[in-house]
Design a protein around this ligand. Structure first.
Ligand code: UTP
Length: 305
């Protein structure tokens, strides 16, 4: 089973991050010195996915600009012997293929995925929700691909969430526990109350789905909220007898869809990076002393970056 294609729905309004997201896509939020979308593409390439179908809307041109060649900048950097500053994005531009699909109205995640149906043959493919950034030894999507190959089935990524959070996620109902981390799914419930939640395993932003999802989305008439939900499509696909598994993705997940989630991701990733960690640790240690609020050239390291 070759999985080389992925859909990246990125057409949402990002209301939880307004007003920042009014003109700048949240996929361009920086995490250290790279925008979030770059981490997603890097995860895809590290999982051997090289064709990306990005579903975008108005005000999202910055995503395509970032993932495109930039001859003027290249010439400028080459003259100054500074080409290494863009090495990580140059690698992407030279190896990945991008196609863009416009979603003219944000009619839901299921609708965004459905719009990319003509790009997918009779095959399994990946979906990345770019709000979720995984830091893990084996790339998040690669973990799902491995399971999908072994089991010849669709696989959705899940993680345990605290009970106060279940109402913010799609939650799986388990038919059978196959291994400590792998489950046969019997149904999905979108944002249940704690009382109605069938488990504490929340769907997080990575999927490997069969092409059969498109027919299932066609059959889904659950427009009750005015949006076509991907979970409704997956439920319909299960009703059509496609096996759906859930895999507890190993690694750290950051949800950067809100300012606080993004702040945590920035701090968490900086603490893992030798170029930033010593300075950040020193800053965090000094933060509850009055001194840290007084500008001190020796102590205040913020001017260094
Ligand atoms: P979210 O539910 O996070 O919506 O969508 P959002 O608009 O990005 O953010 P909030 O909730 O308003 O703050 C999950 C993913 O699905 C995409 C989003 O871009 C995001 O990557 N999406 C959602 C679409 O592409 N189209 C839609 O109609 C809805």
């Amino acid at each position: 089973m070759d999985i080389r294609k992925a859909i990246i729905p990125a057409a949402g309004f990002g209301t939880r991050f307004l007003p920042f997201t009014k003109a700048v896509p949240k996929e361009m939020l920086p995490l250290l010195n790279k925008p979030a979308i770059q981490y997603i593409i890097e995860e895809g390439l590290a999982s051997k996915v090289s064709n990306f179908f990005i579903v975008t809307g108005r005000q999202k041109q910055a995503i395509a600009n970032h993932l495109d060649a930039s001859p003027e900048l290249d010439a400028f950097l080459e003259e100054r012997n500074k080409k290494e500053l863009t090495a990580s994005i140059d690698r992407i531009v030279n190896t990945a293929h991008f196609s863009y699909i416009r979603q003219t109205e944000p009619l839901g995640l299921g609708h965004a995925v459905w719009l990319a149906r003509h790009m997918i043959d009779k095959e399994y493919f990946g979906i990345f929700l770019p709000d979720d950034i995984f830091v893990s030894q084996m790339p998040g999507l690669a973990q799902l691909i491995k399971v999908a190959r072994q089991e010849k089935a669709s696989v959705i990524a899940v993680q345990e969430v605290p009970s106060e959070c279940v109402s913010s996620y799609g939650i799986i109902k388990i038919k059978k526990k196959l291994t400590p981390n792998l489950f046969h799914v019997s149904s999905l419930v979108e944002k249940p109350s704690l009382r109605d939640a069938p488990s504490n395993l929340a769907i997080v932003g990575r999927y490997i789905l069969s092409h059969k999802i498109f027919k299932a989305l066609d059959q889904t008439s659950a427009y009750a909220t005015g949006e076509l939900q991907l979970t409704d499509g997956i439920t319909q696909m299960m009703n059509n007898n496609e096996k759906v598994l859930a895999y507890k993705v190993q690694g750290m997940r950051y949800d950067i869809g809100t300012p606080i989630g993004w702040i945590k991701a920035s701090i968490g990733m900086a603490l893992q990076n030798p170029a930033y960690a010593p300075h950040l640790k020193e800053y965090l240690a000094s933060i509850d002393t009055m001194e840290s609020f007084v500008y001190n050239q020796k102590k205040n390291i913020s001017h260094m970056y």
